[in-house]
Structures are given as C-alpha cells and as structure tokens.
Design a protein around this ligand. Structure first.
Ligand code: ADP
Length: 545
C-alpha cells in the first residue's frame, strides 16, 4: 500500500518561498564589493531571484540543465543568482577565486560552464583567462551601471543590474524534479585533478533540514547568522539555505574577511551565530587581543570546521568571550556537514574537563549521515576511541559519484564513500580526525597524526601556526618535522617547542626537528598545503641521520 501524503518535491526555491512569505521583512545585510553596507529582505530577494531567473532565460538563453558559474563573495546578489538560476533548473557552479589559473581553466572547461557571473573583484582574472575558456558565452558582472568597468576586455560583458531590470518579478518557477542537479562544486584536488561534486535540489533541502536541528547548527528565526565561510566553499556550510529556511537574519561579509571588518559586522548587526574555518577565527581573536576593550556580547556561538580546530582557539572563545564553540567536520562531498560536536544528554554528568576531552573531537553524525571506520581491507573497526582507520560515510546528502565518473574508486558497491580521512570513533559516537590518509606520518610501521602534533604545538607560547610533515628517514621510513611560524615579536626556540610537546604526545611522536619559517603555504580553501610544504622540504635531512 502506498502512503496517501502529498507529493511535494524538495526544491530549493521552496525555501525562498517560505522565507519570503513568512519572514518577508527579515533582513539580509551585506558588505558590498563597491563599499557600502547594503540592506534588503527575503521578500525582495524572492522578487529579484524571479527577475534574474526570467531574464537569464530570455536574454542569455540559459536553460534547464545548463551549468552556469559564479565567482562571487557572500552577498545579496550572489544569493539572487543562486536561487534564480537553480529555480529554472540550471546548475550553479561556484568557483573559488583563490584557485590558480590552471585549476580554474580545468574546472570551467570540465564543468562545461556556459556563462560566468562574476563580482567586480574578479574581472581581471577573467580578462586574463577568457581565451582559455572558449565555451563560455559571456560574463555577467554583478554590479550596477555606475560601477561597470568603463573599458573591459571581457567577452560579451553584461551589467547585472541591467539584466535584472529587464526581468519579471512575478515569474513563476517551473516544475522541476527534486533529483535534478542544482549546484556544483569542485574539491580542491590535493591529489590529481579537482573533481566535481553535483548537488541536487533534494540533497540541498535535506542537508539544510539537518543543519538547522538543535544538535547541529541550532538555527532559529531569532538568530542573526553571518556565514563567513564562502558560498564557493562547499555551499557556505548550508547557511545560504538553512538561514532562510528558519527566517534568520543574514549578514554577508562580502570581500572583507579580516578580523576588524568581521568584528564591525558582528557588533553592528548583533550577530548571534557565525561559521568559518579556524584561520578566520584566529584573525578575529587576534584583533580582539589587540583591542582588549572589545567584547562579543551578542555572539552566542560559532561553528568551526574545515580543518582541525586547535583546542586553544576553542577555549579562547568559550573562556574569554563566553561564546560557545561547535566543532564540525565535513567535506565538499557531504554537502558539507557530516558531524557536529554537540553534547549528548547521556554525557551531561561529565565533569567540565572530561567533557572538554570529547568537545575537541569533530563530533557525531546527525540523522542522515551513516558513518563507519574500517581497516584497509574494509573490515569495520571498533568504536573505542583508539582504533583508527578509514572514515566512510553514506547518506542522502553525500555524493554517490563525481561528475563524469572521475575518482570512482572512492565509492564502493554498497554506496559507502571513502572520505580520505583517518579517524577514531569513541563509545559515545564522537569521531576524531587523526589525519588525512595522505598526511599521516608513517614511522616504523605505525602512524603519527600530523594534526595532533600541530594542535599541541599551537598551544606553545609564541607559536602562531604549526604544520607537521613526514620526512623520509632511512630507519623509520618517515619521521615528523614541525614547521612553525612565530607570533610577531615572539621569542621561541626549537627547544621551547619540543619541551612544550613533551608529555602532550607520545614520546616517539616528538618531531625530530623544528624549523621556523615566515609563512606556511595555504590551499585555496585556506588550509595548510601539505603538498607544497612537502615540496619545500623534499631535500631536508635530519641532522642526526
Ligand atoms: P578539499 O577536500 O578539497 O580540501 P573540503 O573542504 O571538502 O576540501 O575538505 C574536506 C576535508 O577537510 C576533510 O576531508 C577533512 O580532512 C578536513 N576537515 C574538515 N573539517 C575538519 C575538522 N573539523 N577537523 C579536521 N579536519 C577537517
């Protein structure tokens, strides 16, 4: 017997319908690329998304199934483009501006992008690159007529505000199948070429529903949410969908992601919840340290993820600013939220420090994410917090393959996706990332977690940033080298760092050497680039060898 409930496809435009109808006057505040703060509402977002949808069809001949790229900061126009184009069945492909030209060239051509919607900031990138992007029909510059570059070499440049003015604010969304694609994002491809992850309407809506839950991001209409994590970095962790879903006020930081600019928005707009990678939060905390009179009275909680969050960073928020920290883990392939660190009812009784030992882990899966760890042969490993192995996940907002079937070996016959992360699962269900499988340091047949070394090193006074990599060793196969950036004007020596680590990690994990550098290289997603570091130190030899 079939159920007798209504067929109501899970389309992302339904989220906007809901926000516009029931939270129509709720604000979206953006720092614009042109400079001033811009204010709009969900009702206006809905009208303008319909305009851009109708104009894209009529003026640019964009059709259902077409892949259209955006390269834009978090802002109201980017939201309009997302909802408008997804609403007509086009697939919005977010481009990360921090990628190198060769990677962009590869990604745009591989995805088959037909048009590129770009912020003013990135016009120079495309002026240089466009000859290599032969299939791209033209560029929509996301600004008004007054700010359009007077002379641009861009092929077929179109002014966004002119385009939207020609559209129809009452345009009716077409009926789409919830399984149709609506978004695309490439993983940064630390090994091999970048691979395309293709989201559907259904996966995005389900993922947003997971994200708003109390043990997840706990979003409500009372929140003012500031997604610092970019829309081009794995869907801004759902916030472009989940904040409108509950009618939260949105604060979009645009191009300015430095500590002072973020603080100004948090304070002026009374942001209650925000999400970003650790590097961003380190910059905000640095700004607060420099200006001790500044506090965070409105900021109730921050979500931190994307790379391992040092305990010192979590403690700074909680203990100094009374801002709760939610550690989350995820990846482009999981839409991206996969685990959340919220406390379980059964762990209420734990003493403060006992709970902190769990709180620093990456968290536990919400409904909709299945998770296991296995050895290299695929045998499930125990949930004892000690055994570590390959982390595998399955669920309705997790990729089942990559675009054009690249990287098929990451998916097994039972639908499990191998994340490429190595982790433990404890008896309470909390997962802790030990490393990415390609970054673990293999010493004498055992594994050393580069992340644990880095986290421990970050707690050493005078250390601003630290990265551990394996260096070839004749006896042990690899031994750890710790690369450190000092805080400005700090005095810290190799011996200080080693003394700090002693007792915090197993003795045989202690780095064989510590070197100081001015800067540690980062990837386009703001993570430490182990690949570049390994290249930088490929000829490094430990003195004792
Ligand atoms: P890419 O894989 O291209 O670097 P992603 O943003 O998809 O881009 O990165 C996902 C990876 O980031 C995860 O597989 C994991 O290694 C790392 N990661 C994400 N969140 C955390 C976290 N909270 N702690 C440690 N590592 C994390």
């Amino acid at each position: 017997m079939l159920g007798l409930m209504q067929d109501w496809p899970l389309l992302v435009t339904r989220i906007l319908d809901h926000a516009a109808q029931w939270h129509g006057d709720r604000e979206i505040v953006s720092r614009s690329v042109e400079g001033p703060i811009h204010r709009t509402t969900y009702a206006e977002l809905d009208r303008r998304a319909r305009s851009i949808a109708s104009a894209a069809g009529r003026e640019l001949n964009i059709k259902r199934g077409d892949v259209i790229a955006t390269m834009a900061w978090n802002g109201w126009r980017h939201l309009e483009v997302w909802y408008g184009l997804m609403g007509i069945g086009a697939v919005v492909h977010t481009l990360n501006p921090r990628l190198f030209a060769d990677q962009l060239d590869y990604i745009v051509n591989h995805a088959g992008d037909q048009w590129i919607f770009t912020d003013l900031t990135f016009v120079p990138i495309f002026e240089k690159l466009q000859d290599r992007l032969a299939a791209v029909k033209g560029f929509v510059v996301m600004t008004d007529r007054a700010h359009m570059p007077a002379e641009t070499k861009l092929r077929n440049p179109i002014c966004y505000e002119d385009l939207i003015a020609s559209g129809d604010t009452g345009f009716a969304w077409p009926q789409l199948d919830e399984n149709e694609a609506c978004g695309m994002c490439y993983t940064s491809g630390t090994t091999g070429n970048p691979k395309g992850v293709v989201y559907s309407h259904r996966s995005n809506v389900l993922h947003a529903m997971m994200a708003v839950a109390p043990d997840a991001l706990a979003l409500s209409s009372r929140d003012t949410v500031m997604p610092v994590v970019p829309m081009f970095h794995a869907n801004s962790w759902s916030l472009a969908f989940s904040a409108p879903m509950v009618g939260a006020k949105l604060v979009m930081p645009g191009p300015k992601l430095d500590g002072q600019s973020l603080y100004e928005l948090i304070d002026a707009e009374q942001v209650t919840m925000s999400a970003a990678v650790p590097t961003i939060w380190l910059m905000l905390l640095h700004h607060l340290e420099q200006n001790p009179h500044l506090k965070l009275p409105h900021l109730e909680r921050v979500a931190i993820g994307g790379s391992a969050c040092p305990e010192a960073l979590m403690r700074a928020f909680v203990e100094r600013y009374d801002t709760e920290v939610l550690h989350a883990w995820g990846m482009t392939e999981s839409s991206p939220l996969g685990t959340f660190g919220a406390r379980k009812g059964t762990l209420k009784h734990l003493a403060h420090e006992e709970w902190w030992r769990i709180k620093v882990k990456q968290g536990r899966p919400p409904f909709g994410v299945e998770m296991k760890i296995t050895d290299d042969e695929g045998r499930a490993l125990p949930h004892d917090g000690k055994a570590f192995g390959r982390l595998k996940i399955r669920g309705p907002a997790i990729a089942k393959s990559y675009f054009k079937d690249d990287g098929a070996s990451s998916f097994d016959a039972e639908g499990w996706f191998d994340t490429g992360d190595v982790s433990t699962l404890d008896e309470h269900g909390y997962m802790a990332i030990t490393d990415r499988s390609k970054d673990v340091i293999k010493s004498g047949g055992e594994w050393i977690s580069s992340i644990e070394l880095e986290n421990a090193a970050i707690g050493c006074p005078g250390v601003a940033e630290a990265a551990a990599i394996g260096i070839a060793h004749p006896k042990w196969s690899e031994r750890p080298l710790l690369v450190v950036v000092k805080k400005a004007n700090a005095e810290v020596s190799r011996e200080d760092v080693l003394a700090h680590l002693t007792g915090k990690v197993a003795k045989w994990w202690l780095p064989d050497d510590v070197v100081f550098v001015d800067e540690i290289p980062h990837t386009a997603a703001g993570k430490i680039s182990k690949l570049t570091l390994r290249q930088m130190f490929k000829d490094f030899v430990f003195e004792a060898n």
